[in-house]
Design a protein around this ligand. Structure first.
Ligand SMILES: [Zn+2]
Length: 263
């Protein structure tokens, strides 16, 4: 949860920055950093962090770790940089950094953050890169599909996953994503409102036999109407709702990403 006063701060700051530093959907983070006089370093820091903000004699330095994919302008580094800018620009964070309450820390890109400062900085990053009103406009009422997510991530310069999570928070809540490699489940995550059903799959084991990802998907599959019984143990009428499935082969990760959702 984001603290109420921080939430207000985040909304005000990110909307202002977007109006000043974007021409449409894509925000120019380099320009913000330059105007704020922050020093940026892209370097190999092993697996120590994605990003890290350090204050030294009144100067601000943001380190971005290329070993974890944070290259200049990569979608990952844009999120990591926005997260660190959150610590710098959220009033409460900045004050707490100066008084020692918020210590210099390695920030990691994670699906779930436990620390309140990290949750808030991630929320800042999502809002800075994809403000709610712009996100609505960019969607233009189009229905969920991988094509839409890819289009949005190109527009905003964000990763597929960050875009999908933003989509689930702003537009549609009931979705699940499953990453697999050669028919084996590598990871999965679902939005908060996805119906609680027992899975017929688990990490490290085979996908359900009927899964589209078992076929050789080269780029993006068609959208299929599927039976939720193929993936879940259903009860209480949940199986009567129509579930949809679409796969996208992410060449960079050599993984097939399966999207499951309800209308
Ligand atoms: Zn952080």
């Amino acid at each position: 949860m984001v603290r109420t006063e921080v939430l207000k701060d985040i909304k005000l700051i990110t909307e202002f920055l977007h109006s000043k530093y974007s021409n449409g959907f894509f925000i120019d983070l380099g320009k913000i950093v330059k105007d704020e006089g922050i020093y940026i370093y892209y370097d190999d820091y092993d697996n120590a962090f994605d990003g890290m903000l350090v204050i030294d004699e009144g100067d601000y330095h943001i380190h971005l770790n290329t070993t974890r994919g944070n290259y200049p302008n990569s979608s990952r580094s844009r999120f990591s940089l926005s997260h660190e800018l959150g610590h710098y620009l959220i009033g409460r964070h900045h004050t707490d950094m100066l008084n020692g309450e918020l210590k210099p820390h390695p920030s990691f890109l994670k699906n779930e953050q436990a620390n309140i400062y990290e949750v808030e900085a991630d929320h800042f990053a999502a809002n800075l890169l994809m403000p709610e009103s712009k996100f609505y406009n960019a969607c233009g009422g189009r229905k969920l599909s991988w094509n839409l997510i890819l289009d949005l991530s190109n527009k905003f310069g964000t990763s597929r996953l960050a875009t999908l999570i933003r989509f689930s928070n702003i537009i549609r809540h009931e979705l699940m994503i499953i990453g697999s490699q050669e028919g084996i489940v590598k990871w999965f995550l679902s939005s908060k409102d996805f119906p609680k059903m027992k899975h017929k799959f688990e990490r490290g084991k085979k996908l359900p036999t009927e899964a589209l990802a078992n076929l050789n998907i080269v780029s993006i599959s068609e959208i299929h109407e599927v039976d939720s019984d193929d993936w879940f143990v259903t009860w209480g009428g949940l199986s009567e709702r129509q579930m949809y499935e679409q796969c996208y082969f992410a060449e960079a990760y050599n993984q097939t990403l399966t999207l499951l959702w309800f209308l």
